[in-house]
Design a protein. Sequence first.
Length: 294
Amino acid sequence: MATITPTKENATIKIDKKPFLSRYSKTQLSGFVTLCVFSVLLIFPLLWMVSTSLKAPHEVMSLSMKFIPEKILWSNYVDIFEKYPVWNYMWNTGFLTFMNIAGKLISCTLVAYGFAKYNAPGKNVLFVILLSTMMIPWAVTMVPLFILFKEIGWYNTFLPLWVPSFFGDAFSIFLLRQFIMGIPKELEEAAKIDGAGVLRILWSVVLPNLKPALAVVAIFSFFHTWNDFLGPLIFLTDPAKATLQLGIQSLRTQFNVEWQYMMALSVISIIPCLIVFFIGQKKIVEGITLSGIK
């Protein structure tokens, strides 16, 4: 029977009595301090926006630049809902966001599955052409799209803002294709043996394994649509169809700007983005990592 004889090495426990800061090198400490400084600089505009939304009009225009208001006016958030159609802005924005997410998830999944699992003449050429569309800036296609949608009668409607999402998105298709290519073929072959068709395989085998990538597509689509300003500005003229971003812009009048209300509405528009980001940040990392994108 083996025995362990106590020695000085395993019988004594060394305690590091060095000060906390001395345990790290000067390079690590300087890097940590630099990150803290830049973090404060980056978050300061957001904090100043929240501070301004809680100020009285005379404090907003004051030259004293006080960060904490003399009197915190939570009533600014109540007043903005009474004076402006904020609920209408949120409904319009939510509708467009939902339709864009649904359109991209449906169309991009079908196209990505075809590129990943089926062979056809010229498939790689078509995929390269698809990826090349990512290099075309929005400013190049903005005027042609405006003329096209106006000629077919879609001007001043929501259709130009959500119908294109049902025709796919190059980046989302690329992301989903890379993820689907990593799914073992044995799973699909087993489903085929059981008599499953293409759509059944896609629904029961591929989609359950595709959740991280689908979450990334949905989150990116949410951020893009929720914060979109240029699209609604170009295609919408009816104030009743305005989105949150147009609503914020509408607070800038020719003679007066109610900064406290503008900042309050900006804070309201940011809150859903913060919630989605903190809930889905792990999904973003997981989906991009597992898809093989570096």
